[in-house]
Write a protein that binds this ligand. Structure first.
Ligand code: SF4
Length: 104
């Protein structure tokens, strides 16, 4: 999400810019979106390490919601060429489908 001052955050829930990854005044969106911080947080998200995927994620009730379509996650995982990461995500995703959702 982009705020009116050009600040970019990872999440539409982030009104206070806790997951701020940069600002469009200084950095193009593509560089922010593909940059090392975003890649690191994206990987942590896929692995279910929400404490490492941005400060706001640690206390988010939506973290198990699977807001990103599985096909998009699979596509990103394919580009990473990391079978172990893919296996961890698929196992976590399968387990999440049998657990009750948090906070809803
Ligand atoms: S875990 Fe919550 S705060 Fe973090 S990106 Fe996902 S929906 Fe947003």
């Amino acid at each position: 999400m982009v705020h009116v001052d050009g600040s970019v955050t990872t999440c539409c829930l982030d009104e206070r810019l806790e997951n701020r990854i940069g600002n469009l005044v200084q950095t193009p969106l593509a560089a922010l979106w593909r940059g090392p911080l975003m890649q690191s947080w994206r990987r942590a998200h896929v692995e279910g390490r929400f404490e490492a995927s941005g400060p706001l994620c640690t206390r988010c009730n939506w973290r198990s919601a699977g807001a990103v379509p599985d096909e998009d996650v699979e596509s990103w995982l394919k580009a990473q060429n990391d079978p172990a990461l893919t296996a961890r995500w698929r196992a976590r995703r399968a387990a999440a489908q049998t657990e009750p959702k948090e906070g809803r």
